[in-house]
Design a protein around this ligand. Sequence first.
Ligand code: NIG
Ligand code: FE
Length: 392
Amino acid sequence: MSKTLLVTGIGELTVNDPQAVDNSSAPDPLADAAFVIEDGRVAWYGPARKAPEADGRIDVRGKAVIPGFVDSHAHLVFAGDRAAEFAARMTGTPYSAGGIRTTVAATRAADDDQLRANVRRLVHEMAKQGTTTVECKTGYGLTLEDELRALRIAKEECDAATFLGAHVVPAEYADRRADYVDLVRGPMLDACAEYADYVDVFCERGAYDEAETRLILDAAKARGIPVRLHANQLGHGPGVQLAVEYAAASADHCTYLSERDIEALACSETVATLLPGVEFSTRSPYPDARALLDAGASVAIATDCNPGSCYTSSMPFCLALAVREMHMSPGEALRATTLGGAEALRREDVGHLAVGARADFAVLEAPSFLHLAYRPGVPLIHSVWKNGERVG
Ligand code: NIG
Ligand code: FE
C-alpha cells in the first residue's frame, strides 16, 4: 500500500479544477481546506473537517496554497550575461534581436557542464519562487552540434524541451540565410527530433520572416512535432496568424496585436502567452491582456527568463506585473500563471490540484493568493512541492 499524506490547515486553497473553471474564469478558492497526496498525485481535496485519515499530516496553519506555477516560456541554456546591454537600454538604446548573437558566442564557448549548471541554477531559483513546471528552449547554439547539446540538456533538466534553432540567423550565415533555414529544417531538425517536445521560431523583424517561418513549421509538422511561436514581440507582423493557422500550442509575446489577431486567437486553441517581464526589462508597451481575455482567448503568463530581453526567473513578479500593468485581476493572473501555462504546454496534469493532478504546489507565507500581487517583491513563497516531494 502506498503512503498517503494529508495537507491540512489551509486557509485558502486554489484548486483550479479544469472541470469547474472555464477557459478564462478566475479561480474560486476554498477556505479551511485540505487535500491528500498519494503516489505524488492529489487523491482527495475538500473541507478540512471532512478530510480522510492519512499516513502522514502537514498542518500549514492558515497559509494559502496554490498550484505550482507553470513557466511555459524560458531560455535557460546559455552562458554569460548581458547586464551592460540592459544598462544601455535603460538609458535609451532600444532592444533588438541582434543582441542574441552575443549570447550565442558565449554559449558556443562553454562546455556541457557549465551549460547544465546554469540550467540547474535557474530551475532551482524558479523552484524557490513557486515554479514546478519549466519549459526550456534552445536557440543560443545555432550549429547542429550546439543546438543538439542544448536540447538534450533542456530535456534532461526541464519538463518540456523546445527546439529553437530558428532564433536568429547566426553571423556566419548572414549572407546566405536560405542555407541556414535549410540546415534548421533539414539536418538540425532530424538530429533534434528525438528530444524536441516542440519546435519554435522567432518570427520577427531582425529574425525570421513569414516565408522562412512557414518552411520551418512545415518541417516540424511533417515530423509530427507540435509547434509554438515567438510572435508579434517587436511590432505587428504575421506571427500570430501563422501560430493559429498551424494550430500552435501557443503564440508567445503578443505585444503588438491587431483586432484580427485577437479574434484569431479567441477562435482557436492557441494560447496567447504574455511575457510582461520582457516589456518591463525592455521598457516597451505591455500587451493588451484585457482585450484578449474579454474576447475569450486563453491567456498564459510566463517569465521568458533569458539573459537578453528579460532576466527574471520569478513568476510572482510576472503575476504582479500582469495585475498592475496589464489590468488582469489577481485571479486571472493566478490562473494564467498556473492553468494557463499548463494549457500552453498541452499538459492536463499540472497547473491545478484537482483529483489526479500532480501534487505540485506552493504554500504561501500569506493568508490569500491576493498577496502575490498586493505585496510585490516580497518573498511570499513558504515552501514548494513537486510530485508530493518538497523541492523548495
Ligand atoms: O523571447 N525574442 C526572442 N528571444 C528572446 C530574447 C533572447 C535574447 O535577447 O537573448 C525573447 O525575448
Ligand atoms: Fe523567448
